[in-house]
Design a protein around this ligand. Sequence first.
Ligand code: SAM
Length: 274
Amino acid sequence: MSGGHRARKRFGQHFLTDTHTIDAIVRVLAPQRSDPVVEIGPGLGALTGPLLDHLDALTVVELDRDLAQRLRGWPRVRVIESDVLQVDFSALATELGAGARPPAGGLNVIGNLPYNVSTPILFHLLEHVGAVRRQVFMLQDEVIERMVAPPGSSEFGRLSAMLQWRYRMDKALFVPPEAFDPPPRVDSAVVLMQPRSVNELGLPPGVTEAQLQPVLQAVLAAAFAQRRKLLRHSLGTWLAGQGVDTPFDLQRRAQEVDVAEYVTLAAQVLTQRG
Ligand code: SAM
C-alpha cells in the first residue's frame, strides 16, 4: 500500500520508492525544459514529480482510473487516461509540437513499465518509431538482457533482432526488487533506446522502412519458431511456402544470424513477392 492506494496486480503495479534509483532514471533521460516528454504508467507519481523539476510540462498515460484521477490535480501535467497500447504516439508528437523527425525533433518517452505488457508496449512504440527521439524504460532485467544480447549468444532472439534493427540500446542501470513497493519477484533494469536514422537500416533502394518492418517480423517469427533446430526446418519451410528463392545459408540456427542478414533476407522476400 502506498498513499492509500492498494497496488493492483493486474495492472503490474510496483511503485518505485528508492530516491537514488528515481534520480538516476531521470538523469538517463536528461531532458531539456521544453522537451516534449510522455510518461507511461505514472502510478503514484514517483518519477512524475522529479521529471517535472526538469520540465515545463509533462504528458502522462495511465490506465488505472483512480491513479489517473489523482494525477489530474497536478500542475503542468496533462493526463491521458488510456491503455498505452491505444495511444497514437505519432499524432501525440504532432499535438505536442514535437516538430521534425529525430534527431532534431521527436518525443521523449519514459516509464517504469508494467512488466506483464512490456513487450507489446515495445512493439507498439516500434510502429511509431518515427515520432520518437529517446525512450527510457524500466523493465525486467531478463528482458533487457535479451534486447541487448548480441547475435551468437543464447539470449539473442526475435525481440533482440527486431529492436536492434531499429534502435541503439544501452542498459543504463540495474535495479533490485527492494527499490519498489511492493517488491517485484524479478530483478529490474533501465534501458536507453535511441532510434537509428533511416539510412542506418540497410534498406535497399525503393524499399521503405514501413514496407520492410512487417516482413522482417514475419521472417524472424519463422526463424525463431524452432530455435534449437537448423533454419532449413523452420525458416526454410516458410520461405518455400512464400515462393522465395534465396542464397541465404539455412544450415545454421536462428541465433547465429546477425541482424543485417535478416534485413537482406526480408528485402528479398519483399521484392520476390512483388
Ligand atoms: N511509475 C510508477 C512508479 O515507478 O512508481 C508506477 C510504475 S508501475 C510498474 C506501472 C504503472 O503502469 C501503473 O501505474 C499501472 O497502473 C500502469 N499501467 C498498467 N498497464 C497500463 C497500460 N496498459 N497503459 C497505461 N498504463 C498502464
